[in-house]
Design a protein around this ligand. Structure first.
Ligand code: C5P
Length: 202
């Protein structure tokens, strides 16, 4: 069975949590496409060369989730040749046998416009920054909340305003605002949507 769930949205909206839960629920493979751009960003050297030569060990680094890696990712993600180098792998992953969930910024618009389910997960910048700050350790985090908020807003602005594959909902995406939802409620809505799409397919 070929079945793609495309989950896009701004930084720290809850895409990762929802994607992992949907993949586990339906036995689909999951690809966190942000990790590809983070790996290119932290690798150093020429980003186009890094993207063309990306290896599994690059994706296993333990520094991919830092704020710096997020910023580096968003800078290299604006380079069309970097995006082009990562395109085929993501397209093939989306249409692999057995079902796939991909989360990112351009899955429903560029990587897999034919996806059976498209979700655009969002939340207010303040809520998203608070979640990322707590994830980084809260009061024990190296960065104060205000720095995390500034980082999230800067990254979103860059992702929304770039020329190539900007962050935006696909026309046929279902928008899920998680500002007032806990993760269990957000996951339940996403799972219900996928279940309905699978049932409609028969
Ligand atoms: O989702 P995550 O925060 O890990 O993404 C890091 C950065 O990678 C984003 O801010 C964005 O610039 C870039 N990205 C992208 N397209 C994707 C996934 C991530 O441009 N499909």
């Amino acid at each position: 069975m070929i079945f793609t769930v495309a989950i896009d949205g701004p930084a720290a909206a809850g895409k990762g949590t929802i994607s992992r839960a949907v993949a586990a629920e339906f036995g689909f493979a999951h690809l966190d496409t942000g990790a590809l751009y983070r790996a290119v960003g932290v690798k150093g050297g020429d980003p186009v060369t890094a993207a063309r030569g990306l290896e599994p060990t690059d994706l296993a680094r333990d520094d991919l989730r830092t704020l710096e890696a997020g910023q580096a990712a968003s800078r290299v993600a604006a380079i069309p040749e970097v995006r082009a180098a990562l395109l085929e792998f993501q397209k093939r992953f989306a249409r692999r046998e057995g079902g796939a969930v991909l989360d990112g910024r351009d899955i429903g618009t560029v990587i897999c416009p034919e996806a059976e389910v498209k979700l655009f997960v969002t939340a207010s910048a303040a809520v998203r920054a608070r979640r990322r700050w707590l994830e980084l350790g809260g009061e024990a985090a190296a960065q104060p909340y205000a720095a995390v908020l500034a980082e999230v807003e800067e990254r979103d602005a860059r992702d929304r305003n770039r020329a190539d594959a900007p962050l935006r909902p696909a026309e046929d995406a279902v928008v899920l605002d998680t500002s007032d939802l806990d993760s269990a409620a957000a996951v339940a809505q996403a799972v219900a949507l996928v279940a309905a799409a699978l049932a409609a397919r028969g």
